[in-house]
Design a protein around this ligand. Structure first.
Ligand code: DGY
Length: 341
């Protein structure tokens, strides 16, 4: 009797030519159109498969895997994995993987772009022009803040944070960072960055960028009290996870002029965005696209495919997925190496 081929579920349409490698080893249940899967839908999809390739849109926790008796591996297409309950997966012996490294530079590029857009009011100025409100060159119109020569604050100094720090050298910025643990001296030197405590970071940053993992400990870490410690002229950029910022407090701070401007690529209830944020002019809003260059998104899928093939014991790296998630790691961007994220 022919041996049963393992079955895998691919939760969203990704890049067909990249995902095609799964067909060499497995029967593939590929979702054909972008869709939201609720908990029952994920549980049903996982019910009869050996592995799954999922995105941050799919939550995979205790309930979703309760009846997934064959499930052996979940490959997340994303570096952040707060959509996965790692303890629950590991307790069942299910391997979980993510896609670090391949998106570091692209995401750092975008973090820098958002910070610049917030400082120089790029999207606000474009809306002004498109709405026909530009009445001629206005010497004092839409004035912003400089990046060059200013102080950059980075909260979360993993690989993406370090990428942003390296970019800041070209702008002759002073770079301060705060992280769960201080980086080794050689990395600090490479990044030209100085470690400070959280309050000093808030108080001294002209531009604060959030790149830390999302966990219970970082939930709303940027709240009204933290915002009150920032300079009124400062900008805040979030490319990590929405839940890190108390969005109501941010809307208050931006609306009252307590904070100059912000840029958000991630939202606590995404894809829903707080209407108070939508109504503000001094905020740049993008739909979670920091890793979204074509080459990087393809590389993320390719790594997730490698992970799934190896985790299910097939291919040249059988049994050794390239980027497994370690037990007890916290689930956010840069979270593979908890000591440095
Ligand atoms: C990630 O990988 O965590 C991003 O947020 C999605 O691209």
């Amino acid at each position: 009797m022919a041996e049963r081929r393992p079955r895998v579920w691919v939760s969203q349409p990704l890049f067909d030519d990249v995902v095609a490698r799964l067909h060499d080893h497995f029967d593939v249940d590929q979702v054909a159109a972008v869709r939201e899967h609720d908990a029952a839908g994920v549980a049903a999809a996982l019910g009869d498969v050996d592995g799954a390739l999922v995105t941050l849109n799919e939550r995979v926790g205790r309930d979703e895997i309760a009846n997934a008796t064959k499930l052996r591996a979940v490959a997340n297409v994303g570096v952040g994995y707060n959509n996965l309950d790692i303890d629950a997966l590991h307790a069942r012996g299910i391997v979980a993987t993510n896609t670090p490294d391949v998106l570091t530079e692209t995401t750092a590029d975008f973090g820098f772009a958002l910070m610049m857009a917030a400082a120089r009011r790029v999207t606000e100025a474009e809306r002004h022009l498109r709405a026909g409100r530009w009445q001629g060159w206005n010497f004092k119109g839409l004035l912003g803040a400089d990046l060059h020569g200013s102080t950059l604050g980075i909260l979360g100094m993993g690989r993406i944070g370090q990428g942003i720090a390296r970019r800041a050298s070209g702008f002759e910025m002073r770079v301060l960072y705060h992280n769960r643990s201080r980086l080794p001296a050689d990395i600090e030197r490479d990044c030209n960055a100085s470690y400070v405590d959280f309050d000093t970071l808030l108080a001294q940053a002209d531009h604060l960028v959030l790149v830390l993992p999302y966990s219970a400990a970082s939930h709303h870490i940027v709240d009204a009290a933290a915002l009150a410690k920032m300079k009124p002229t400062a900008t805040l950029t979030n490319i990590a996870r929405g839940g890190i910022v108390d969005e109501a407090a941010l809307a208050d701070a931006l609306g009252s002029g307590r904070l100059a401007s912000a840029a958000l690529d991630v939202f606590e209830g995404e894809p829903a965005v707080d209407p108070r944020l939508l109504a503000l002019d001094n905020i740049v809003l993008t739909p979670h696209i920091a890793s979204g260059s074509l080459a990087t998104r393809r590389a993320m899928v390719a790594l997730a495919v490698d992970n799934l093939i190896a985790a299910l014991g097939a291919g040249p790296e059988a049994g050794r997925p390239p980027t497994p998630i370690a037990p007890a790691a916290t689930g956010g961007k840069d979270a593979k190496r908890p000591g440095t994220a």
